[in-house]
Design a protein around this ligand. Structure first.
Ligand code: MAN
Length: 354
């Protein structure tokens, strides 16, 4: 697989983003949804910020309070035996079998714009900011699908009651309509196909079953983009392979003669995130035709290997021009990069499923 990483990578880094308040620092500008608008490439960035801590022994967790519309800041001492700080992304309670208690940063969505796809100008203000009780830990990992003149943006809404997928829409990247939570917890990695197929909209989603099942990919149908049904299990983890631990949809599916090409992420159980592809039937995208046995992109460059959470390449959006797939992707939960791949080469690299 020929992968051309831009020389300017990483294209957007935390240092390029002005914090939204003076007592905060930006630690991540990554996992952006990508689309085009008015002749420009738009990144809907996930920006992660945390309160500046003058004392290296103190970690501060920012939490949005929907009643006051303000952030509250909780402080923890790193030597507090009640908590586990080993994963830099989260604070866990020691002895608890539950997931995390707090996140160490708050994410929201911010826009970056570019004429050439290489150099981006970042808006001064947040674009979508936590605004309700299901978003108190932040909003993350947007995917943008354009249908007619409307851009639909799904993102993870994170709060103590779980991580679900909410939807907003916009026509101009200024005014935003909120549609609420569409996929209840736990669900992530939701994206919708760019057109109706046989009269129905389709969405990929990634529930995390508890008593039985794994974090794997599902597909659902809708007639209005708000209510989804006829859920089908689509694609599963593969032991011993690059997608053995968890997986989820990435870019909006690309329509090709051979089928819908979906670029998805897979991680091993030790959290090494790669990108691969799956080809879905054009007429019935719940049918899997072919799939990557090897990743099409894996963390190799230093900015992919090292960072806030290293060994991660994670794409939420691509721009396709002819045979060129410009895959934008988050690196090491820190910055944004882009790599160009050949659409035909990706399709030719897939293993057909009998
Ligand atoms: C995981 C990581 C984090 C994210 C939380 C909540 O721990 O993906 O980056 O903030 O989940 O979604």
């Amino acid at each position: 697989m020929n992968v051309y990483r831009y020389e300017q990578n990483p294209l957007v880094t935390p240092a390029d983003v002005k914090p939204h308040r003076a007592d905060f620092e930006v630690i991540g500008a990554f996992n952006a949804g990508v689309t085009t608008y008015n002749g420009e490439i738009i990144m809907v960035l996930r920006v992660a910020e945390r309160p500046i801590s003058a004392d290296p022994e103190i970690v501060k967790a920012p939490i949005y309070n929907p009643e006051t519309n303000e952030l509250e800041i909780f402080e923890f001492r790193l030597d507090d035996p009640a908590y586990d700080f080993s994963d830099p992304r989260v604070i866990r309670e020691n002895g608890s079998t539950q997931g995390f208690k707090y996140l160490t940063s708050l994410s929201y969505l911010r826009i970056a714009r570019s004429k050439d796809g290489h150099q981006f100008t970042i808006d001064d203000q947040p674009f979508v900011y936590p605004s309700n009780e299901l978003e108190v830990f932040g909003i993350e990992d947007p995917r943008v699908t354009k249908i007619d003149d409307t851009y639909y943006i799904y993102f993870s809404a994170v709060s103590p009651v779980g991580v679900g997928e909410s939807l907003v829409s916009t026509k101009d990247f200024i005014t935003v309509e909120h549609h609420g939570m569409i996929f209840a917890p736990e669900n992530k990695d939701v994206l919708i196909f760019p057109e109706k197929i046989n009269g129905k909209y389709y969405a990929l989603h990634r529930p995390v079953p508890k008593s039985v099942g794994e974090p794997e990919m599902w597909i659902a149908e809708s007639t209005n983009l708000l209510y989804w049904g006829n859920h089908k299990y689509l694609l599963g983890l593969r032991e011993g392979m690059w997608d053995s631990g968890r997986m989820g949809g990435g870019a909006v599916p690309i329509k090709t003669e051979r089928g819908w090409l979906e670029l998805y992420h897979g991680a091993t159980t030790d959290h090494r995130y790669c990108m691969g592809a799956v080809l879905l039937d054009l007429e019935d995208p719940s049918k899997v035709i072919a799939r990557s046995d090897k990743p099409i992109l894996e963390p190799e460059a230093d900015y992919e290997v090292d960072g806030f959470f290293g060994n991660v390449v994670f794409s939420c959006g691509a721009v396709v021009e002819g045979d060129v797939v410009k895959m934008y992707y988050g690196v090491a939960d820190t910055s944004m990069a882009c790599a160009e791949l050949s659409l035909q080469e990706i399709i030719d690299s897939l293993t057909y499923i009998k």
